[in-house]
Design a protein around this ligand. Structure first.
Ligand code: CAA
Length: 260
């Protein structure tokens, strides 16, 4: 199977996936998502494969974020109606019950940091840099970064990183609990594959169960869910369909919807 934006190789019982758009610092566009969804599904379905490692091609980046060039001219209604970013979580997190590791070899910014945090744990090269700089683009994390970063490093550091966009180096990331271990840059992929092989050698069902148990610590609390719902409701009050819907009710007629 060949892919447009990633490479995939099997090293015995470990699947090594490499983001392969180094000219764009491995920015995550829709094709990357399609390719990853397919590669992760193939890994999940293949009983000979027990653990996956995800890394980035090139010297500089794991992934420098969601592809800004793809998002720049996209209307807000399209982001909502397509539920943009939803498939990252549903496929790479929810549908992947086997363990996988992010081997972060350089910049992991915005969606790149969020993708790394979707992994069961992160191994970082000593050149890795993590950040959520979306605020500088007038937006905010959209692939779970505000939630996963806060759970990993606590409110103070997560808030500072999201509000200033500053990057965290590998040493600080390890000290803060964002990464499991820092590895010399040149050894990163071999170390990650070796670690993945140790995991792949465990009883497969016990590996899935251990993963599920640790992930249970990330369950949504009621307060968060209610706040999330309230904020989305407040955003909907800005749509033309809300104005039409309420007007139609008062005028005792069916509404005519525009989807925006
Ligand atoms: N999307 C699209 N292209 C990107 C990109 C991104 N996120 N990040 C880098 N690139 C491209 C650059 O446009 C450039 O392309 P060209 O050669 O065609 O101009 C190429 O990759 C190399 O980048 P730079 O020349 O900028 O490299 P640098 O070494 O000078 O800087 C960097 C490196 C600091 C990482 C810088 O590229 C940068 O700040 N990138 C954007 C980081 C960012 O804002 N990420 C968040 C994106 S939004 C998001 O992810 C939303 C979400 O929550 C999911």
């Amino acid at each position: 199977m060949s892919y447009e934006t990633i490479t995939v190789e099997q090293r015995d019982n470990v699947t090594l996936v490499t983001l392969n758009r180094p000219q764009a610092l491995n920015a995550l566009n829709s094709q990357v998502l399609e390719d990853l969804v397919e590669a992760f599904a193939a890994f999940e379905a293949d009983d000979s494969q027990g653990c996956l490692v995800l890394t980035g091609a090139g010297e500089k980046a794991f992934a420098a974020g969601a592809d800004i060039k793809e998002m720049a001219d996209k209307p807000a209604a399209d982001f909502y109606n397509e539920d943009f970013f939803a498939r990252w979580t549903s496929h790479l997190v929810k549908a992947t019950r086997k363990p996988w590791i992010a081997a972060v070899n350089g910049f992991a910014l915005g969606g790149g940091c969020e993708l790394a945090m979707m992994a069961d744990f992160i191994l970082a090269s000593d050149k890795a840099k993590f950040g959520q700089p979306e605020i500088k683009l007038g937006v905010a994390p959209g692939m779970g970064g505000s939630q996963r970063l806060t759970r990993a490093v606590g409110k103070a550091k997560a808030m500072e990183m999201c509000l200033t966009g500053r990057m965290m180096d590998a040493e600080e990331a390890e000290r803060s609990g964002l990464v499991a271990r820092v590895v010399p840059h040149d050894d990163l992929v071999e170390d990650a594959v070796k670690t993945a092989k140790a995991i792949a050698g465990m009883p497969p069902m016990a590996a899935k169960v251990n993963k599920e148990m640790v992930n249970a610590a990330y369950e949504t609390f009621l307060d968060q869910g209610v706040l999330h719902e309230r904020r989305l409701f407040q955003i909907l009050t800005a749509t033309e369909d809300k104005v039409e819907g309420m007007k139609a009710f008062i005028e005792k007629r069916e509404g005519e919807w525009k989807g925006k």
